[in-house]
Write a protein that binds this ligand. Structure first.
Ligand code: NAD
Length: 328
């Protein structure tokens, strides 16, 4: 088996070396993002490993198919950057990574606490020796209702960790599960919006979840609601949340991901022009925390992402089911 690993970061190299040795696979590796210009890297390969910052659409999939690629593995949990339906149509199998949800869950709780305690403002003020308390008064978790939308692996872990804070926990999902029922009360969406002081999003980006947070849904929420998005940017309509912040309907926003982040996050743009007006506008608000898609980024997850990435290709090849599906 020969695999090309695209978008290799320096911090992934050591794990990749270990995987090569352990699994006896031949690896072609590059820091380049996948593109039509570098398909020649795939000569003799059956598998491709990618990250999440490049869209893998029809043209690229056709070019990969022509090169003899059979298996695509993304080292991320989310797989919305791959046209999975088209891959299936042309007979390519795709899998995603199933690394532990704890890193993202921890980060989510940090975002909730930072938002509740106005920590961004306190941090900024400290830079200019302003140690005043004005405007920094926060709220305590024990007095609040925290709502999780999307109660899969990450959402459940967030709820489990939140138990210790003494807050009331509510949940919404299109498929309810028993594990979540141990920690939280499922509510219909309208009721969920009505009752939550904090809403944290943990569903995948699908046609049905795109812009699920929009003007209409925000109007159904409590005044001063806090919205946290550590899932995918496109779950949130940025025009609607900008309007919500400007009108003070939204009390705070914590965004680890934002629509149009591709080509911006995970790169140093100190001397560039960043062409994403909504992102630039939002980040100046005292009550909007924006982080560069880093909720996943822990020592444990980086190691596991690469392991899942390579092992996923080998598993697909071993199973040889003859059908294309997300297997992880
Ligand atoms: P998961 O598949 O285990 O859970 C997703 C849940 O969302 C499922 O329970 C599903 O039923 C639910 N869902 C689907 N459609 C819904 C809808 N319309 N309304 C409510 N719920 C709906 O996924 P996971 O491992 O918990 O990951 C969730 C998402 O987090 C991923 O898809 C990925 O996009 C994102 N993520 C972000 C980072 C980061 O660094 N910021 C890292 C990892 C994952």
């Amino acid at each position: 088996m020969k695999i090309t690993v695209y978008s290799l970061r320096d911090d992934e190299k050591e794990v990749l070396e270990k995987q090569k040795e352990k699994l006896q696979v031949e690896i072609e590796q590059t820091q380049e993002e996948p593109s039509l210009e570098n398909v020649d890297l795939l000569n003799g390969c059956q598998g491709v490993s990618v990250l999440g910052q490049t869209m893998i659409g029809k043209e690229l999939l056709d070019a990969w198919k022509e090169k003899g690629i059979q298996y695509i593995s993304t080292r991320t949990i989310g797989y919305n950057h791959i046209d999975v339906d088209y891959a299936r149509k042309i007979g390519l199998r795709v899998c995603n990574a199933n690394y532990a949800p704890n890193g993202v869950a921890d980060f989510t709780i940090m975002m909730i606490l930072m938002s509740l305690r106005n920590y961004k403002q306190a941090l900024w003020r400290g830079q200019v020796n302003d140690y005043s308390l004005f405007g920094l008064r926060g709220r305590e978790m024990r007095s609040l209702t925290i709502g999780v939308m999307g109660t899969g692996r990450i959402g459940q872990t967030v709820l489990k960790s939140l138990r210790g804070f003494g807050c009331r926990l509510i949940a919404y999902d299109v498929y309810q599960n028993d594990e979540t029922k141990k920690y939280a009360e499922y509510l219909p969406l309208e009721e969920f919006y009505k009752q939550a002081d904090v809403i944290s999003l943990h569903m995948p980006l699908l046609d049905s979840t795109k812009y699920i947070i929009n003007s209409k849904s925000i109007q159904q929420m409590k005044d001063q609601v806090i919205i946290i998005n550590c899932a995918r940017g496109e779950l949130v309509d940025l025009d609607a949340v900008i309007e919500g912040i400007e009108s003070c309907k939204i009390g705070a926003l914590g965004l680890d991901v934002v629509e149009g982040e591709e080509g911006i996050t995970h790169m140093d743009h100190r001397v560039d022009i960043i062409a994403n007006q909504k992102m630039a506008y939002l980040r100046q608000f005292r009550n909007v925390i924006m982080t560069p898609h880093m909720a996943f980024y822990t020592e444990e997850a980086v190691e596991s992402m690469m392991e899942c990435g390579i092992a996923g290709i080998l598993e697909m090849s071993e199973k040889e089911k003859g059908s294309t599906e997300i297997v992880r």
